[in-house]
Design a protein around this ligand. Sequence first.
Ligand code: AMP
Length: 278
Amino acid sequence: MIVRTIPALRRAVDGFRRKRAIIALVPTMGALHDGHVSLVQAAKRRADKVIVSIFVNPTQFAPTEDFGSYPRTWRADVAKLVAEKADIIWHPGGKIMYPDGFATRIVTEGPATAGLEDRFRPHFFGGVATVVGKLFAQVRPDFAIFGEKDFQQLRVVARMAADLDLGVKVIGSKTIRERDGLAMSSRNVYLSAEERRVAPELHRAMKGSAKLLRAGTEIGAAMAAGAEIIKAAGFALDYFELRNAETLAPITSLKDGPLRILAAARLGTTRLIDNIAV
Ligand code: AMP
């Protein structure tokens, strides 16, 4: 069922609730790939009813970013969600999410100011938190599933939901990769053939550093080795960092774990982000 208005969404969700269904939400911006599908499947395993939202959220894009050209593949998205037996596709228009006079924004701190994505996309987490806060208020799911692919975002959204007592449990789901290790992303279609060939080096570099860390290599040297692989492959590196996986705080000793390596790098005009556990 495709739903485009808030009253219709409320009616459908109220119907599920009367049947005491456990309801899951999977927020997306469409251009669905197997990573998104894995989130829907994880939701299906845990919930009675699964709602997938498709909304390309303008407030999380800077004016210089790709809002206008972000891939939009509506018919293919619907076919995938029908195949996965999603119960509702929530597809609000821009005027429903941001009506004239809209004037509220959720301000995020903590994991949103960890000095990772926020350093390069300062507008981003405010836009994400605001739209996800709205989606949670509209759908009122029991839980929502987010990909570990966007690891800082997962932490920001979980923090926001807890801080605002939204009553939505935020669950992370593992990153789905291409066979060569490249994390699936809607933006991978921007890569030229040559860039696509180089792109898996980002994951290879993170795995290399993780292996060195596990073997006892000093943190600075282990991380420098990974950063070097990325630069040598031709990326412009935004960050390549070892952090505490829970707080995202920088770590000075391997005892500060659980550990996560988080990276962002640009190939031409395409920006890739990825992360792995150590
Ligand atoms: P997006 O449509 O890119 O905003 O992503 C919607 C959701 O899918 C977010 O929770 C992402 O973290 C998640 N996601 C994106 N790519 C992947 C992937 N390769 N594996 C798992 N989840 C993903």
